[in-house]
Write a protein that binds this ligand. Structure first.
Ligand code: HEM
Length: 420
């Protein structure tokens, strides 16, 4: 498929072990969006490094993704150039796309907001938010679960953490959706989507610029006030870094969690035995979060670029060589996980050693929000286990958003039956 006359294609053809050619990545086909996992099987069988449609090779296997993420000789700083050569906006500096020492300095400032004590302190509020959303959804009976639960829960929690007033949730949602769509490679987006990203980033910078100024003048007990104080009082944080940090917290911290909740609930609908197990054993809610992350990763891919010559799995990479790490595929690698296509809520509850999933990345850039995600989704699953006896899918398959990097549904229409 020619992409908007660019001559680039979104399809990769690989030979499988029987020598048959398959077109395995076509981000425009609805069928692929519903289930990309069969095409990942073919990619893994094709070898550890498969030529990719956008230039960099694809890395579909667990062992290579795991090794690359843990090796700081692979940098994440080149992603913007790699995926967004057509960008006409300067995305402000965020530590997700930085390397030490700047990465270490900025991550250190933000990580104070994510200590286990602070996150555990958000449990009560998460329970209240989930209870009110779920009771409303049960009263309605037939709902779109993205709209009713998956979207509002993480939006409310991330806004609480940052200190964004509830009246602004709608604006945050609009900006964050435009920017999250823009995380996909430019080559996969239409001119209208690219323009929408430019507008969304501009709106984001104006909105948060004003909020930071307000908190600098009138500090409160929130993360923006804490960062504004650092920015004002010493030179550890520039104004651009401040906005870049907020951008990644809002977009990475929100859109991904929305998709974990909806992808996870869809997985429960498709595995009724596991839903019943969760209902009978609500204590499985926490390990279930990790199994859902493994089973259908919300962040499907990331990139790395070699900073020096590196040899891995028989290939030698030169400095500047880039790779696309397929986290969603690595998490379904049969060489790393027993029965990888089965949702098994007990997988991370057993004492036996199980490979960690790569849905939160690994190493230097390991997701800073992982404990907040586990808290929010555990609370949601516990409430569902207690209050819901059946979830019936009303559109099968449900519609997916076009996003490739942040994978998830645009709607999840269901009928909920309350437990008696
Ligand atoms: C299900 C939800 C989430 C998923 C699947 C997810 C996934 C990821 C992944 C894969 C990375 C590493 C990317 C790489 O190494 O290339 C990452 C980093 C990051 N995530 Fe998350 N994330 C989630 C939720 C959150 C939340 C709730 C927050 C904060 C509120 C957050 C903030 C960040 C930040 C700041 C980084 C950059 C860390 C660094 O570079 O040191 N994420 N996330």
């Amino acid at each position: 498929m020619d992409l908007a006359g660019t001559g680039r294609t979104a399809t990769t053809a690989v030979e499988d072990i029987t020598g048959v050619q398959h077109a395995v990545i076509d981000a425009f086909t609805p069928g692929w969006r519903h289930d990309p996992y069969r095409s990942y099987d073919i990619l893994r069988a094709a070898g550890p490094f498969v030529p990719g449609p956008l230039g960099p090779s694809l890395v579909p296997g667990y062992a290579e993704c795991d090794a690359i993420l843990q090796n700081p000789a692979w940098s994440h700083a080149e992603e913007s150039e790699l995926l967004h050569p057509d960008s006409d906006v300067e995305l402000p500096g965020s530590f997700l796309w930085m390397e030490p020492p700047d990465h270490t300095r900025l991550r250190g400032l933000v990580s104070k907001a994510f200590t286990p004590r602070r996150i555990e302190g958000m449990r009560g509020h998460a329970e209240q938010v989930v209870a009110s959303l779920l009771e409303r959804a049960l009263a309605d009976g037939e709902v779109d679960l993205v709209e009713a639960l998956a979207y509002p829960l993480p939006l409310t929690m991330v806004c609480e953490l940052l200190g964004v007033p509830a009246s602004e949730h709608g604006a945050i949602r609009r900006m964050s959706a435009g920017i999250a769509r823009g995380l996909d490679p430019d080559a996969l987006m239409s001119p209208a989507e690219l323009a929408n990203r430019t507008a969304a980033v501009g709106e984001f910078l104006d909105f948060f610029g004003a909020l930071v100024a307000d908190r600098r003048a009138r500090p409160r007990q929130d993360l923006i006030s804490a960062l504004a104080q650092v920015e004002a009082e010493d030179d550890r944080l520039t104004a651009a870094e401040m906005l870049g940090t907020l951008l990644v917290l809002v977009v990475a911290g929100h859109e991904t969690t929305v998709n974990l909740i909806s992808n996870g609930i869809l997985a429960l609908i498709r595995h009724p035995d596991q839903f019943e197990l969760l209902r009978q054993t609500p204590g499985l809610a926490l390990p279930a979060v990790d199994e859902m992350l493994r089973y259908d990763a919300p962040a499907q891919l990331t990139t790395r670029t070699a900073r020096q010559e590196i040899t891995l799995s028989g290939h030698t990479f030169a400095p500047g060589d880039s790779l696309i790490l397929m986290l969603g595929s690595a998490n379904r690698d049969p060489d790393a996980f027993t029965d990888p296509d089965r949702l098994d809520l007990t997988r991370y509850a057993r004492r036996a050693r199980v490979n960690r999933h790569l849905a939160f990345g690994l190493g230097l850039h390991y997701c800073i929000g992982a404990s907040l995600v586990r808290l929010e989704v555990e609370v949601a699953l516990r409430a569902i286990a207690r209050r819901v006896s059946a979830i019936t899918l009303l559109a099968d398959p449900p519609p997916y958003r076009p996003n490739l990097v942040v994978r998830g549904m645009s709607e999840l229409p269901v009928r909920l039956t309350a437990s008696t």
